[in-house]
Design a protein around this ligand. Structure first.
Ligand code: UDP
Ligand code: MG
Length: 136
């Protein structure tokens, strides 16, 4: 049974700053993800707050939004069978030191906040997040 899905991936400022954009894109492609659309942008603090609205009551919310808006990011629509779960697996745990070998966060993550990539956590959120960045 085919279950082609789309998910939203973000290469976060810490990774873009270290020129890891192409390396990380190659990892996604080598794992069978099709990069349907991508663009390098910088979001404002208020756009970051909208994007991370689900976290607005968390103690780390302000720092998180300041960080996401601190520099260029690369937003991508990834497509693959079961893309949402497959991307979460490839990303690894939120804390890089807890991420499994072979995951992007294990390889590139610097800390819980500078963990190099974002990925949608459900099919429903993937749709909302893709719309957020690629409305047209
Ligand atoms: N985050 C943080 N401190 C925390 C928890 C999360 O700075 O204590 C950041 C981290 O960069 C994470 C993002 O907030 O990627 C969103 O948190 P979430 O729990 O959704 O983790 P993710 O889905 O990115 O693994
Ligand atoms: Mg999340």
């Amino acid at each position: 049974m085919s279950n082609l899905e789309r998910t939203l991936s973000i290469i976060k400022p810490d990774a873009v700053e270290r020129n890891l954009e192409n390396e990380i894109k190659e990892i996604f492609k080598s794992k069978g993800f099709n990069i349907v659309k991508n663009k390098k942008i910088q979001v404002s603090k208020s756009e970051a707050e909208q994007f991370y609205k689900v976290h607005e009551t968390k103690p780390f919310f302000n720092d998180l939004c300041a960080y996401l808006s601190s520099g260029p990011i690369v937003v991508m629509i990834l497509e693959k069978e079961n893309a949402v779960a497959a991307n979460r697996e490839l990303m690894g745990a939120t804390k890089p030191e807890e991420a499994a070998e072979g995951t992007i966060r294990k390889k590139y993550g610097l800390s819980i906040d500078k963990n190099s990539v974002h990925g949608s956590d459900s099919i429903e959120n993937a749709k909302v997040e893709i719309d957020f960045f690629f409305k047209d």
